[in-house]
Design a protein around this ligand. Sequence first.
Ligand code: 3H9
Length: 697
Amino acid sequence: MAPVQIDTLDAIAIVTIDNPPVNALSNAVRVGLLEAMDAAERDPAVGAVVIRGAGKNFIAGADIREFDQGLRPPHTPQVVARIEAMDKPVVAAIHGHALGGGLEIALGCHGRVAASGASVGFPEVRLGLIPGASGTQRLPRLVGVEAALDLMIAGRPVDAAQAHDSGIVDAVVRADELLDAAIDYARSLCASDAAPRRIRDLPITTVAADFFVEYRNKIAARTRGQLAPDCIVRSVENALTMSFDDAVIAERELFTRCMVSPQSKALRHAFFAERKVTKPPQLAIDAEPLAISRVAIVGAGTMGAGIAQSCLAAGLDVMLQDLSEQQLEGAREKMARINEAAIERGRMDSAAGSRLLAKLRTTTDLGEVASVDLVIEAVYENLDLKREIFAGLDKNCSPKTLLATNTSTLDVDAIAAATQRPEDVFGLHFFSPAHVMRLIEIVRTASCSPVTVAAGVAFARKLGKLGVVVGNAHGFVGNRMFHGYGREAQALLLEGAAPEQIDRALVDWGMAMGPHAVGDLAGLDVGYKIRSERRDAPDDPSYFRIADVLAEAGRYGQKTGLGMYRYAPGSREPQPDPEVAQIIVREAEALGIERRNISNDEIVERCIYALIVEGARVLEAGIASRASDIDVIWLNGYGFPRHRGGPMYYADSIGLDRVHSTVCRLEGKFGARYWRVPRVLEDLAERGGRFEDLADA
Ligand code: 3H9
């Protein structure tokens, strides 16, 4: 069926865009819209036009896949201009999402009616783009310069009510009345003597002389290193200094510059990678996921409370179990504080907060969790304790209950082996704070069934999180790679770089936090305990030496006020500590390591290449199914800069032949213990391949 259809109903041409799954503005849709406008203009029986979307959305924006193939005319600005130039009134009937180019089409219309559940916005910035079909010119004319900038720079859609308040849409109606309301509106415009209201002709309100300087300052910190936000500001500036038509041409140039930029390519990769994780290869067989609506969480510590909060927020029936009443009360208090913070930020009203907490059931009796769909164990990291709990759960729970562990390091197969149903046991590695972090590693064991994996994936989606299926290996994917990264950050200390230099170099490169600040946040005692329990730790006295010495001295990080840095009481701001500098020099001397000046480039190269090498090993071992899954984990769990696409995409974008020669150089300089070139890297480099091309494991 053609992606754009036109039906005439009592003098109103109803133009329907039907391009599943999201009504993206593909070339065929653009052609279809132009043809529909021509047909409506020509037809004397048509007095006005309504444009609407079939399925779940109005239009979700440009077809992002086309950006890599080169865009073919007609282009969206031309379609928007054609709609606006119509002599007959055109009204957009918006339901679901009107995003990016979709909203630009709606702004080309002479009126906009939205269904109450609809949302509209310009998410282009999240793809490293700017609105490229006159959005940067029309929106400021409609809602004012600052409000338009805020919407485009945040990239976050607004709901129909907010869109109405700001003037983006003219009316909000019930979803089942949308088409009738849009038709009525189109008729009223038709009946009026006034010419159709064209946004391009609206005056633009001027701003103070220093407005743009101040605006750039305001967004500088959160848009650090990104190309698109500055291009958006520039394009809106043009709206005040150029004619409409010239500014639209300039906008298109800025859009194209962004589209071909490495940043946008990386962000588009991240967009599709995050969608791909919802379809892991392990689900290729038709596994119908079990519906999970009742969840029990065993262990009411920080993780347990955060997981319970996420489940409650997703509307699940939640039981929190702990042997200690006091611990349960503590979890309730934690969750109340989480709600208070959400209320303060305007993300929740207080009634909703109380309702949420009232739904939480707690118990000290493990027997009470017997009939839920899923139990998530979140007690502290101790294999014997976890095995004991799983043996008990196995005995008590219904045969239909799935059993998951929130371990971040332990062997999930060993935990599953404590039960008679290892096929129903899997890992759900939530990241901390669990109610905030979007990432979950879904750990499949050797014996867990595809149905169990499918249930884990569906469960993560229900929580609004990104569940990435990973294999069962020490540290799974994320923490295992973090080990390589942290190892280099530690070695660099002994060789002569200060913690603050290392952290600054990596933050400047784009990481959300430096590795040493992360260590202090997570607790140096945590890493110490994990390392001391590992049987396969390398025979290397310098391995995590400084972190170990600090942990042994009780310097655990933020929680003790002293770690790799020092912290003023009540502050989370890391301050360089001369005592740590002395410890580092002393340890380097003891190990016979000669200290030298280390450049920021070397810091970045060694830490990021350690990540890439470890990622390659993870792929080689089949612990991650595909390179893009690793990227999703690092983008969402470890603050890897999104505009660099993730460590494996970053390596692909450098070119694996170059990556290979750098790793060979590092191996030559620092030895093969850590820098041995992974076979997969060697193979791909040899045949000019990319990690992305590897077949799914
Ligand atoms: C733009 O508009 C630039 C203009 O200013 C200038 C033009 C010149 N294109 O997310 P889902 C696929 S830039 C192609 O799971 P949901 C997606 O990959 C664009 N494909 O659904 C997936 O495919 P698969 C600005 C797209 O219901 C399937 O649709 N717009 C596009 O959870 C389902 O996606 C945006 O940035 C697309 N635009 O969420 C909006 N969108 O099944 C991007 C989706 O093969 N899209 N797909 O894995 C979204 O934010 C969400 O998809 C949406 C629906 C909220 C719409």
